[in-house]
Write a protein that binds this ligand. Structure first.
Ligand SMILES: Nc1ncnc2c1ncn2[C@@H]1O[C@H](COP(=O)(O)OP(=O)(O)OP(=O)(O)O)[C@@H](O)[C@H]1O
Ligand SMILES: [Mg+2]
Length: 371
């Protein structure tokens, strides 16, 4: 998959910018706070329909304007797609090849992002790892995002109802309607997560083994709030969810919270048998994250026969030389890659293969050279 052009109008600090990225490596340099990450954010937004760092959509609209326009051309599976977003406060609209489209249309486009915040994946709360399951691993199955959004919607409505029941503004029987949907979408989400992890974990383990020259074994396991044995069908997960949920119903009403389900699950990560939370070094955390991101990229390729676009925000030059070259070997000639860095010296020593060097200055991007 390739991004062949991006137009940003009133996106963050870009007023009007057109870019024709290089099909291989794009290195975006410049001093701090000029707009390097904003470019990656624009590409990510185009392909995912949300930012990876804004809390609200309106945050990406330029302070000087009321509306953002993002237009991205993508080449994928021998076809061209024009993805257009119009973003206003409280309202955003997607057009794909000129036709109004549901967001799920984007679920086929692959993008892998690795940014400094991803390091929380290892030491952070279970929520950070669920974020990885929902936004990184899950979408390796094109139906995941839709199932997950349906589950999230039911969950919010059920929690509201739990509160109404506690306050005696609704009666308990009303829960049944939501329960059935909760179990159905919840079982689907768990089932898809397990399916994806079954493929992803072996790839991540082998990449991690190579990145650490055989010194570290990565272990990853899905931790569910339900008691699940390996190899269960979606229907069996539904039954287990339903029966466990009945047992905590009173507590759920007391707390106004749904206590079981995929929104309570976690991913256990360990190196050589030691749980992630106790990993000492930043470098180890970065390597585990890198292994997971690269496995995401490899699995996408296996599933769809093409590589996703790779976005590396301030992470490449923070790796040691050995990991840098392993990463670059993996992407060379195959993966369109966007790398931001404020680092200026010695880029040519690290980068091999074809690409373009871009310079950002106060919301303007210009091509410095091709290599
Ligand atoms: N909605 C917005 N409208 C206009 N400018 C914005 C908006 N949001 C952020 N900015 C500006 O964008 C700039 C930050 O851009 P970005 O995060 O891309 O910088 P960067 O080049 O990646 O910097 P660093 O090297 O520190 O990571 C800041 O100057 C910020 O003030
Ligand atoms: Mg940045």
């Amino acid at each position: 998959m390739r991004v062949s052009s991006v137009t940003l109008r009133n996106f963050r600090n870009y007023i009007d910018q057109f870019i024709k990225p290089h099909p291989a490596i794009n290195i975006i340099t410049g001093p701090n706070a000029q707009g390097k990450t904003n470019i990656l954010e624009a590409i990510y937004y185009s392909l995912r329909g949300r930012s990876f760092r804004a809390e609200k959509d309106k945050d990406v609209i330029s302070w000087q304007s009321e509306q953002t326009l993002l237009q991205t051309e993508v080449e994928y599976a021998a076809r061209s797609f024009t993805i257009q977003w119009k973003i206003r406060e409280g309202n955003k609209k997607l057009l794909v090849n000129g036709a109004e489209n549901p967001r799920s249309e984007l679920d086929h486009f692959g993008v892998v992002l690795f940014c400094p915040d991803d390091l929380h994946l290892i030491k952070g709360s279970p929520q950070e790892r669920r974020h990885f399951l929902d936004y990184d691993a899950g979408p390796l199955n094109p139906t995941y995002s839709r199932s997950w959004r349906q589950y999230a919607r039911v969950l919010t409505q059920r929690n509201t109802l739990l509160k109404e029941i506690r306050d005696r503004r609704a009666n308990q029987e009303m829960l049944e309607i939501w329960d059935e949907q909760l179990y159905r979408h919840g079982a689907r989400v768990i089932f898809l997560r397990l399916q994806v992890l079954k493929k992803l974990i072996p790839v991540a383990r082998s990449i991690h083994h190579r990145l650490t020259q055989g010194s570290e074994e990565l272990q990853a396991k899905y931790l569910s709030s339900l008691v699940l044995e390996p190899g269960l069908s979606e229907d069996q997960i539904y039954q287990i969810f339903a029966s466990a949920s009945q047992k905590v119903r009173h507590l759920e009403i007391q707390r106004c919270q749904t206590l079981l389900g995929p929104h309570r699950d976690d991913l256990s990560l360990a190196i050589n048998g030691i749980e992630a939370k106790t990993f000492g070094s930043q470098g180890q955390q970065r390597t585990v994250t890198l292994s997971l991101k690269l496995s995401q990229m490899e699995l996408w390729h296996k599933e769809y026969g093409d590589y996703p676009v790779l976005l590396l925000d301030d992470v490449l030059f923070e790796l040691d030389r050995n990991r840098q070259s392993m990463l670059l070997d993996k992407v060379q000639d195959k993966v369109q890659t966007f790398i931001t860095t404020s680092f200026t010296g010695g880029i040519e020593e690290v980068i091999r293969g074809d690409g373009a060097l871009w310079l950002v200055n106060e919301g303007r991007l210009s091509k410095k050279e091709e290599f």
